[in-house]
Write a protein that binds this ligand. Structure first.
Ligand SMILES: Cc1cc2nc3c(=O)[nH]c(=O)nc-3n(C[C@H](O)[C@H](O)[C@H](O)COP(=O)(O)OP(=O)(O)OC[C@H]3O[C@@H](n4cnc5c(N)ncnc54)[C@H](O)[C@@H]3O)c2cc1C
Length: 536
């Protein structure tokens, strides 16, 4: 395969952006390594098809440790194991976040005014104004034909006092509207579509799939290469310049740990030789908890119950039309669940479908749902390697709802959702509430229901966050403390989780990483003078 200047590990939201932007410079030879396979599948291409990827070989198929805040349940956590990563399996919602998120991090060079030019460069947005980008690699569109019940939800939310807005992407966020999505002409527009497809013809970019990075090779304090496994054969690739780790919020800290970069005590326990004592690797894991209110629909409403019928399949294949074009989360309401908050703290996700247990739950009749995704949780978890074996998945502990405030927020979200459904026109299309159901009314009943049924929003983050050595894993230019030649670029580096679905922030991080490496961007004083890490 030859020699490379850069190796990018993981072709997900961020990794595709890093590899594509680095390889724009013809003098840089870039190797992008992806553990999974092609995204040429109906489930990845048809917007509504993504739950069909769950539990397949294109899913890392995580399950958390028993969650103490969630009645001891182990929560299923899908992660895309294919070209495009989670952007090839997500619900395609495009939300950048609040300016309060970026400004609130307090990280030099990462305030809203610093990141906005990158969002403008990333986007090809349907809103034609100075606050949104045009002509960038990532298309943002509304779906062509939302289900009629979606308009009902929007109108009822307005009737309940939620303002209608045109722009749900941020920085203001507040309001209700049809979703802004990464779909285009009825098809998913993933990071692979936007970044990788146009770059693949470049002679200086090599993309290898079905290849697992087993560890990062360190020599004298520098990352010099990666050990990979492909079809049972282990080999090594070296890089002259920076190696970029973009393996996602579970696999990035895992790879760091099994490469010797992590909490010293834990690495000793699992028999990994310590290279760099970095306690924050795998710590601070944050997720948006999510509950689901489902209602049965009155006749003749069908929602997406017939989306997989031969007729709809044919419409999608032939013309990119029909119900398979739905991203499922067809409209959003961004709300404050308490007065006085500086920004909305919850996203209500509305879809014309019964959604329960990641799409595995069934209801015999057509239904619709509104999910409550809490944006500012206090609960924190961790990711810890179980052994030095790169094929053994790490332990993931979300610790969802271990902070009482988070439970209270979920309860407020469910009650607010019920209030919206009391308003016409939604009221008139709903036959009955399925979940939580009429028996769940008192605070005690609702808290129990929340703990017994709460899931997450598929948004793990912060496990290799930007921060000072000890507190964080990377500096503001995403260089790993204590190791030369190694950066992290993915949702792991978020210092605190955004009031946003995490694909847009991850893409932002990828764009910035490439700009830092190419010298197109620099944050004064970013490199911490201190090395993290004094180890033998
Ligand atoms: C079902 C679902 C729905 C979601 N819905 C939305 C949504 O609507 N909107 C939104 O904004 N966000 C959504 N998200 C979250 C969002 O997609 C992710 O946060 C984002 O894509 C993460 O980007 P990333 O670059 O951090 O990691 P990923 O996109 O996960 O990329 C990591 C890549 O690294 C590869 N990799 C991992 N380990 C290795 C290894 N050892 N060797 C080689 N390759 C490796 C993986 O296979 C993967 O391709 C959803 C996620 C899921 C799963």
């Amino acid at each position: 395969m030859g020699s490379f200047d850069h190796i990018v590990i993981g072709a997900g939201s961020a990794g595709c952006a890093v590899a594509a932007r680095l390889s724009e410079d013809p003098d840089r030879r870039v190797l992008l390594i992806e553990a999974g396979g092609s995204d040429r599948r109906l489930e990845a291409r048809a917007p509504a098809g993504f739950p069909g990827l769950f539990h397949t070989k294109r899913d890392w198929d995580y399950r958390t440790e028993p969650e103490p805040g969630c009645a001891g349940r182990r929560l299923y956590h899908p992660r895309g194991r294919l070209v495009g990563g989670c952007s090839a399996m997500n619900a395609q919602l495009w939300v950048r976040g609040s300016d309060r998120d970026y400004d609130g991090w307090g990280i030099p060079g990462w305030g809203w005014e610093d990141v906005l030019p990158y969002f403008l460069r990333i986007e090809d947005h349907f809103l034609d104004d100075a606050a949104h980008g045009r002509g960038g690699p990532i298309k943002v569109r509304r779906i062509d034909t939302p289900d009629p019940t979606t308009a009902h939800f929007v109108r009822s939310a307005v009737a309940a006092g939620i303002p209608e807005t045109q722009d749900l992407s941020g920085p203001e966020l507040e309001g209700v509207q049809f979703s802004a999505t990464n779909t285009y002409r009825g098809r998913r527009w993933s990071a692979a579509r936007g970044y990788l497809d146009p770059a693949r013809r470049r002679r200086n970019l090599t993309v290898v799939t079905d290849t697992l990075v087993r560890r990062i090779v360190l020599r004298e304090g520098r990352a010099v290469g990666v050990e990979v496994e492909r079809r049972g054969t282990v080999e090594r690739h070296d890089a002259r310049g920076d190696i970029v780790l973009s393996a996602g919020a579970f696999n990035t800290p895992h790879l760091l740990q099994i490469s010797g970069i992590g909490p010293a005590e834990h690495l000793a326990e699992i028999g990994v030789d310590l290279a760099v004592d970095s306690p924050a690797v795998g710590a601070h894991l944050t997720e948006h908890p999510m509950t689901f209110v489902n209602w049965e629909l009155r006749a003749p409403w069908l929602g997406l119950s017939d989306a997989e019928s031969p007729r709809q399949l044919l419409r999608w294949v032939l013309r990119g039309r029909g119900k398979l074009c739905s991203n499922v989360g067809e409209s959003l309401a961004h709300v404050r669940t308490e007065e006085g908050l500086e920004a909305p703290d919850m996203q209500l996700v509305n879809g014309p479908v019964f959604f329960w247990q990641h799409g595995e739950g069934e209801h015999a009749k057509p239904a619709m749902m509104v999910g409550q995704s809490y944006w500012t949780p206090k609960s924190r978890g961790h990711v810890l390697a179980r052994s030095a074996d790169p094929t053994q998945k790490p332990a993931v502990q979300l610790n969802l709802l271990t902070e009482p405030d988070d439970v209270a927020a979920m309860m407020r979200g469910v009650r607010l959702t019920r209030r919206i459904a009391e308003h016409a026109p939604l009221r008139d299309v709903i036959a009955a509430e399925i979940t939580p159901g009429p028996d769940v009314q008192t605070d005690a009943e609702l808290e129990r229901w929340v703990r017994e049924t709460c899931e997450h929003t598929y948004h793990p983050a912060c496990t290799a966050r930007i921060g000072e050595p000890g507190e964080g894993v990377v500096d503001p230019e995403l260089r790993v403390h204590g190791v030369a030649g190694l950066r992290v670029a993915d949702a792991s580096v978020l210092p605190r989780i955004t009031r946003a679905n995490t694909h847009a922030p991850a893409t932002l991080v990828g764009e910035r990483c490439a700009a830092f490496i190419r010298g197109h961007d620099a944050i004064p004083g970013a490199r911490s003078g201190r090395s993290a890490i004094a180890t033998p």
